[in-house]
Design a protein around this ligand. Structure first.
Ligand SMILES: NC(=O)c1ccc[n+]([C@@H]2O[C@H](COP(=O)([O-])OP(=O)(O)OC[C@H]3O[C@@H](n4cnc5c(N)ncnc54)[C@H](O)[C@@H]3O)[C@@H](O)[C@H]2O)c1
Ligand SMILES: O=C(O)[C@H](O)COP(=O)(O)O
Length: 632
């Protein structure tokens, strides 16, 4: 826990007039939130362990921890830079389990040990995964809880080279603190084009007619199609793909409506599309094209009941996910003629069973999940996911994180010193707890001049949680799993913002952490409300403790801390200082706060942990009423 690079801060500096200026911003490091305690400010140690597997694998990366860069200028890590780890020991291993475009593979080779192993059985994947820091998959690899368990804490990032993450157990990833990133944009056009290809091919029986000619037939009367112009297309899910399909269908002269409970109506209107209810969409449409994700809410939404509400002779296109359709119900709807035709790129089970009635149905056109399979899309997706995975391994914040707060880099950069402060305050507060009923209730108060909408506190809350939980449990906490672990431990963290009249140029003026319903081992840390209460600020880019209970203090939160409450009289600092000096304990800073009741609180920063005997001597100094040693 001890910091390897404690910076001595002179008492003079620590107690001089406050400057809440954060350090000059540089690119922040997500892995510092994901995989480290921020105690080592220079060489970022990537260690990853969790309660189930404490045999953590760790890497020392030449990533400079930008959380502490007030005076360093060489810390920015650009996305295009390949910061290769220094030794082969620390080179991350990236497993690619499905075919990925060459351009992406090149990015990965330039960064780590790349292993491409396709068609692994679930057992083979589990056997391999404990030697991998990152795994890149497409839709064909099931990244199950067993995979995360088998990773034994080493797997840090799962990259989904595509959009749909329904093949990744996100809950398990989150519990294991593994970041999941996807590549959400590069295959949008490909999927939309495939949707249109299926729409047009189906309406003109292209696949069936092609097969019949190859079978030696010439069936001009059988394969009379239907026209698209003037027909109504319902786009179910007006996201990236759905809106591109809508745009293209408008170009074909179709009347396009859409159902999407979460899409803004003005975005649809801009494309000339009306957003309508689910019932209205399915009841009015001649063609229904599916573009929603597979979630518990969308699973089998197309079923006997909903097919029954459709216009007789409706045609259905699915390039989203097979699971949104009850496939047996679709077969029944095809047989009854409610659905005239279906064109499917995706299936509940992939590949679908050969003897499936759906696959064999004459009015069904099939492709083997080819929506994203254009050369252009595959190159794009490969680069997008490779950069996201490399970026995450380097410690950058990923813009496509699926199970962690996506905080824009500029916000992260601004918050970096406050993130360090938040973790330190959590760590400090929890060490003041003597006992009670377990920590269940924590309140965090952010004093800020900013508008509440202009202050994203998710990172700060996650780091306070990390600071509180890590010292008291075997759990590995990071940005990904902080909320989950807190909930699991019954810890409720409420947040409050207090407007203050300071400079809105800084996101936060101070952060206060209060722990309720516990006893404190240092009574002076208890505020009038009965909670352990500490408050801190960022000064000169460094985290400072500025208030403890009702005492104002001003000490840098570095290294180790001795807090003493004493009678406010001359000579106290000297007496304690002498004990430390005689026992070879170097004092790095000191600050004294006093109350009107002739009480003083002395906070002493020490480079190393004093031994038990030294601490006992401090405890015996007359007029020292209580003291506590805290490791930060
Ligand atoms: N076949 C392929 O190869 C292929 C390629 C790309 C994407 N996809 C799939 O296409 C789908 C859409 O991808 P995208 O990139 O457009 O995703 P997206 O997140 O941009 O869009 C999904 C949209 O669905 C909406 N939605 C959510 N629940 C809904 C519901 N109950 N009813 C209606 N709409 C709902 C969302 O609000 C969102 O606007 C996903 O399932 C994805 O996996 C398939
Ligand atoms: O969700 C997606 O991105 C598509 O379904 C593509 O999947 P694929 O990468 O397996 O082609």
């Amino acid at each position: 826990m001890a910091s390897s690079s404690i910076k001595a801060i002179s008492p003079f500096k620590a107690s001089s007039s406050p400057s809440t200026q954060p350090p000059s911003s540089s690119k922040p490091s997500l892995l510092s939130f994901l995989h480290t305690s921020s105690s080592n400010p220079i060489s970022l140690k990537l260690s990853h362990s969790h309660s189930h597997a404490h045999n953590s694998h760790s890497h020392s990366f030449l990533i400079t921890n930008v959380l502490k860069t007030a005076d360093s200028s060489e810390t920015s890590v650009s996305k295009s830079q390949n910061l290769k780890p220094t030794s082969s020991d620390s080179t991350p291993t990236i497993l690619v389990s499905e075919k990925l475009g060459e351009a992406g593979l090149q990015v990965l080779r330039g960064f780590g040990n790349l292993e491409c192993a396709y068609n692994l059985s679930p057992e083979e994947l589990c056997a391999k995964i404990s030697t991998c820091d990152a795994l890149i998959v497409r839709s064909g690899t099931k990244v199950t809880r067993q995979v995360f368990e088998a990773a034994k804490g080493r797997l840090k990032v799962v990259g989904r080279a595509g959009v749909g993450i329904d093949n990744v157990d996100l809950q398990a990833a989150t519990e294991f603190g593994c970041l999941v990133v996807n590549a959400p944009t590069a295959n949008t056009v490909a999927a939309a084009e495939h949707g249109i290809a299926l729409l047009t091919a189906m309406s003109r029986n292209v696949a069936q007619a092609d097969a019949s000619i190859k079978a030696g037939k010439w069936l001009r009367n059988k394969y009379v199609g239907v026209s698209l112009v003037g027909k109504t297309l319902a786009v179910m899910g007006f996201g990236k793909v759905g809106s591109e399909v809508a745009r293209r269908a408008k170009g074909l002269g179709m009347n396009v409506i859409s159902h999407d409970p979460y899409a803004p109506a003005d975005r649809a209107r801009a494309v000339g599309v009306d957003l309508v209810s689910f019932e209205q969409a399915i009841a009015t449409a001649d063609f229904i094209s599916l573009h929603m994700p597979l979630t518990p809410a969308t699973a089998k939404v197309f079923n006997d009941e909903t097919f029954a509400k459709m216009k007789k002779g409706v045609r259905i296109i699915n390039v989203a996910r097979g699971g949104v359709i009850d496939e047996d119900a679709l077969v029944r709807a095809l047989e009854s003629g409610v659905v005239a035709q279906a064109a499917l790129d995706v299936f509940t089970e992939e590949p679908p069973p050969k003897d499936s009635k759906l696959v064999q149905h004459e009015n069904v056109t099939l492709t083997p999940h080819l929506g994203a399979s254009t050369k252009e899309a595959q190159e794009g997706v490969a680069i997008e996911i490779a950069e996201a995975v490399v970026g995450a391994l380097k410690g950058e914040l990923s813009a496509t994180a699926v199970n962690a707060p996506m905080v824009p880099p500029e916000v992260l950069s601004e918050l970096s010193p406050y993130v360090v402060l938040a973790e330190k305050l959590g760590k400090l507060a929890v060490q003041l707890v003597a006992g009670g009923n377990g920590i269940t209730s924590v309140r965090v108060v952010y004093k800020s001049a900013r508008d509440p909408d202009d202050l994203d506190t998710r990172l700060l809350r996650a780091m306070i949680t990390k600071g509180i939980i890590e010292p008291i449990s075997a759990s590995f906490i990071n940005l990904v799993n902080a909320d989950f672990v807190a909930k699991q431990k019954g810890l409720r963290i409420s947040e409050e913002r207090v407007a203050v009249d300071s400079s809105p140029g800084f996101p936060v003026d101070s952060i206060q952490v209060q722990i309720y319903n516990v006893e404190s081992k240092f009574a002076s840390s208890v505020s009038e409300s009965g909670s352990i209460s500490i408050e801190g600020k960022v000064k000169y880019g460094e985290p400072h403790l500025t208030c403890l209970g009702s005492f104002g203090v001003d000490v840098s939160l570095e290294g180790n801390l001795i807090l003493c409450r004493q009678v406010d009289q001359p000579g106290m600092i000297g007496r304690v200082g002498n004990i430390l000096g005689n026992d070879n304990v170097n004092v790095s800073f000191m600050s004294v706060g006093r109350t009107v009741q002739k009480k003083a609180l002395m906070a002493i920063g020490v480079d190393e942990e004093p031994n038990k005997r030294t601490l006992e001597k401090i405890g015996k100094v007359p007029d020292i009423e209580e003291f506590v040693f805290l490791n930060l």
